[in-house]
Each structure stands twice: as structure tokens, then as C-alpha cells.
Write a protein that binds this ligand. Sequence first.
Ligand code: HEM
Length: 530
Amino acid sequence: MLRRESTMASNATAALLKDTLFSLPLLRDVPATQHASVIASLSSLSLGVLAFIVFYSVFGESAGNKKDGTIRRLGGFPILTAWTFFSKRYDFLMENFRKSQDPHFKFKVLHHNVVAVRGEAARKSFFDERSFSFTEGYKILMGATPRLSDIDVKDTQTNDVSWFNKQIAILLNRNRLSEVLPSLLDDVNGRMELWGKSGKIDPFKNIYDLVFQMTVRMSTCGELARDLDTIEKIQSLYWTLEKSATPTVLLLPWFPSAAKKRKDEATKELFIMLYGVVEARRHAAVPSADAIDVMIQQGMDTNNIVQFILSIIFAGLVNTGINSCWALVFLASHTEWKDKVKAEIAALIEKHTDTTSTDPLHKRLSAIPVSAWDDEMPVLDLVIRETLRLIITGTALRRNLLEEMTISDGKIAKGDFVAYSVADAHLNPEIYTNPTEFDPARFGPGREEDKKGTFSYLGWGAGRHPCTGMKVAKLEIKVIMALMLAGYDFSLVDKNEKPLKELPKPDRNDIHQARPLGEPAFLKFKRVVE
Ligand code: HEM
């Protein structure tokens, strides 16, 4: 393990040297095609000159913190700073803010400047300013999303978030969700039946499977949603992608590391599988109302459809998956809220379904209109809101594309990246009382802690880029909660089925998700309603 890490670090140092060389003023304009020959000529220079370049690139800014214009620049070795930004991002931002009263600080990731900001004024500019690009922010500093361009496949439109949002509006609007709801409930119930009548599940595996199943159903077609073996294969390729987002791959995407190879191979395999599924639908004798057919009818080419599916599955897996798992864990450990949500679901079933029916639970739930799932579950809405507050504490990213900007008197140059840790709002004791505690009532009448100040709640984003997948994500979480709470008795246990001593804590340094730290938690369950 240690050897792998040190090989990775030395690979990264070598790669960093190359990158630094070509960001030096003298060599900046050398075309990429000529980099190899420049390196060959450099190797014939005296060792002394080379040593100077290495020293400059790795230790060049180690003179301690200093103001760079209006913003404090971090000292330390640039490679270590950049490495920590990728390997322990939450701690890195928190610790560096703790060292000073300043609302911002600056550091280098390769030749890019990154400005970390905090506080209400910064938050407002970060989420509202037109100059801060969402797509460009995440492109370089976040890396597990599968992109066709990584495997040299042409993708003409899908880099544009407004195009992506338009597709979401077409494919995941309320009418389409109403059409697909019965199949979603069938699929999820089918998967739950595989657990048996009683036993123990790992929420961070088995609940994920349910979310994956639903996302595939909504973004592809019936044939794929029914093919559990292929779904499992796709899911395992996604985990490979996610695990391959190592600091080396993120920092040096051109460097041929083992993780980069695994990432590209997984992307290729996913592309080939999904390409086959889309082509099969394109040549089907009878068109269907499934998402892939809708995209084909819009005239989209197969590459674009595949890229859209890849991105939507990623958004579903990463965000909806982890939050569904945590919501169940929180309810299992806060029985007063579990009972309240249970009562709310029972009332919804009573109001919208035929209580004398002998249909199984999932069939009865499918009679509840989407509007009622949206509007008539205020208690579950509070639980989801609180789960997101506690779990969405990662770093939002932007790149300043248009002109020099000022945030809290700090100048952010055109081209710089901007990083904002959502924990600055979500775990801020000046906004939320006892911020690490699960307390959905904090949003209720009389308290409304999320209304303190601008953009104090960011669970679904804010300003120019609010989440366009919110409705579908909420519906998925609610479907899981309804089937679990109305269909099962469950409680939180350890691996020996004894009550857990301590509630698991989210790993806030996990770049894509907040997976649990500490003793593994399980849900012991018993089916009580068929
Ligand atoms: C519980 C699940 C989810 C949560 C908590 C969540 C949260 C968020 C947040 C916080 C942002 C803003 C990020 C920023 O400003 O940097 C965002 C944006 C976005 N989300 Fe979600 N999301 C979820 C599920 C989904 C799903 C399932 C989809 C796709 C169907 C999706 C699509 C998007 C898109 C396209 C944006 C960018 C919108 C824009 O830039 O205009 N999200 N989401």
C-alpha cells in the first residue's frame, strides 16, 4: 500500500515536473506535440540546470504564507498542497481557514490558481456571479464523471450544462415521472424481495442498488432495467470509475497511470455496452415511450445519448444514492422521526389508495399521484432536507471566465478557479444550532434556521445553478422510504446484529460522496407488509 502511494507520488512528481516545465514563460508556447523532443534536449543540459528547474517547480513557493495582491497565498510545497487538496479536501480547506481570519486564501494546482473563499458575502458572489463558470470549475478539479472525450469518442453537445438541463426537463418532467412510477415501484420491490423476509442488509450497498435500478429505468429503457446481470456489470464499472479518481488522475489527466488506464477502460466498456443498447432501440420494430426512444425521436445521435445516460447515472448514483442511504440510517437511529414519517406514509396510502384492495404494497403505492408524493409529505421533506444539510458538505467549484472579480476585497483574476466548502454554511454554528446533530425540526415554523442570511441552505444548490434533478431525486428517495417504512420493521445494528454503539459518521474528505466512517452499520429487517 505504502509502496503504491510512494510510486504514485514519484510518478506525480515526474509528471508535475513536465507540466511545470511547459508552464514556464520560456516554454509555455511549445506545442504539446513537441514536448517529448524538448524533454529529450533538456536531458542533455547539465545536471545543475535541471536541478534548478526541479527545485523551482517543487520548492519554489515554500517561503511561508504571504499576501499575493489582496489574497493570502499558502506557503509549503506546491505539489503537497495540490495533493492534499485532492486527497483530504475538507480538512485542507478547514485547516487553512482556521489559521487566519481572512475570508480567502490562494494556492496552486499545477499552473492554475485556486482561490478558496468563505463567509456569506463570498457565498453570494460564488453562486450568483455570471463570470463564474460551473462546467469549467468541475471539469479540471473533479474527475470521476465518465467523458467520451477521454476515450477519443466525439461528443458534440453534452459539455454544456444548459443542454443537459433541457434534456432533464424533457425526460424527467412530472408527466413522464407519472408514467414511469409503477415500473419504478415494481423494479424496486423486485430487488427488495431478493433480500428475503428477514435478515440484515448493508444500507450503503443494498440501498444503492435500488437507486441504481431506478436511475437506469428512468434514463434508459425497459429492456435494460429488467436485465439485472447487465445492470450489475454497469454498476461495477461505475465503482471502478469512482475508485480511479485518484489524486494523480485528477491532477495529471494526461499521465498514463494505472488508475487512468482503469478509468479509460471502464469508460470504454460502459460506452460499448450502452451504445449497443441504444442501437438496439434505434432498430426496434416498435418504438416505446422509454427515455432512449424519446432521445432518438429528438434526433440525437447515439454518442450523445450515451454521454447523457452516463452523466445522469453518475448524478443519480453519487448524490441520490448516498443521501437515500443516510436518510434511512438517520431514521433508523431517531425513532421519533421514523414514527412520524411512518404515520405520514400510512395517511398517504389511506387517502390515495383502495384500503380494501388485496394488491401488494408496491402496487398500492403506485396509485398515489406524483403530485401527492411531491406536495403531501411535509415530514419526509424535512427529513430529506436535514439529511442533505448533514451530508452535502463537499466543495463547490467554479472558474472565473469573463473578467477580474472581487470577493470580500480579494481580487480573483480571469482564469482562476474558486472553491467554496458547503460545510461553511451547512455546519456553521452561527447558522445551525448544534450543527452536527440530526434535527429536522430546525427548519420548522418558529426556528427556520435555514433562512438566516443568504444561501444558508445549499442542499440543492442556489443562485445560477440550482439542481435540475431535484424532483426526480426526491421522488426516488421517497419511494425507497415508503417501501422501507410501510413494508418493514428495521433497526440499526452492528455486524453481529447487536445495537450499534455509535452512529456512523460521514467521511467529509471523500470527494464524490460522504461514505460512512467507523464501525460498519447494518439494517436488521423483517418484512411486515407484503
Ligand atoms: C439527492 C440527490 C441530489 C442532490 C443532493 C443534488 C445536489 C445538487 C447541488 C448541490 C447542485 C449545485 C452544485 C453547485 O452549485 O456547484 C446540483 C446541481 C445540479 N444537479 Fe443535482 N443533486 C441531486 C441529484 C441530481 C440528479 C438525479 C440529477 C440528474 C437527473 C441532477 C442534476 C443536476 C444538474 C444538471 C445540476 C447543475 C444545474 C445547472 O448548472 O444549471 N442532480 N445538484
